[in-house]
Design a protein around this ligand. Structure first.
Ligand code: THU
Length: 133
């Protein structure tokens, strides 16, 4: 299995664990770290709606907990009429750990729906380099 197929499979599996009783919109995400490890996550909603968080945020947290510090590729899986790309806030969260050329693979449960780079999704983004002296 290719790395992209593995990452998408991990995102699909994570989607099955999503806690999305309010939106009913289940999302899974997976990130590939600099050690070649895959970390997955799902969205976790809350009765206080704004307190929920996205699948990408969960996957990033899993990576950081495991000691990963760079994101080499991202996969997102959801079922929608249009390919589901990371929300604006998650593009920024990904930017912290990923370069502009980092691939973002977007899929539903059966098909790969799109391939982007983070730079395409978040052009001219603010990142850690802006805080360097
Ligand atoms: N969601 C994600 O988890 N990732 C995305 O890329 C888009 C949106 C979640 C947030 C919320 O739980 C639900 O999808 C509906 O917006």
């Amino acid at each position: 299995m290719s790395r992209s197929a593995e990452l998408i499979a991990a995102a699909r599996a994570a989607r099955a664990a999503a806690y999305a009783p309010y939106s009913k919109f289940a999302v899974g995400a997976a990130v590939l770290d600099e050690q070649g490890r895959i970390h997955a996550g799902c969205n976790v909603e809350n009765a206080a709606y704004p307190q929920g968080w996205c699948a990408e945020a969960s996957a990033i947290a899993a990576m950081v907990l495991a000691g990963g510090r760079r994101i080499m590729a991202v996969a997102v899986c959801a079922e929608a009429p249009e390919p589901v790309t990371p929300c604006g806030g998650c593009r920024q969260k990904l930017r912290e750990f990923a370069a502009d050329d980092c691939p973002v693979w977007v899929a539903d449960m059966s098909t790969q729906r799109g391939t982007y780079t983070l730079g395409e999704l978040l052009p001219h983004g603010f990142g850690p380099q802006h805080l360097e002296p």
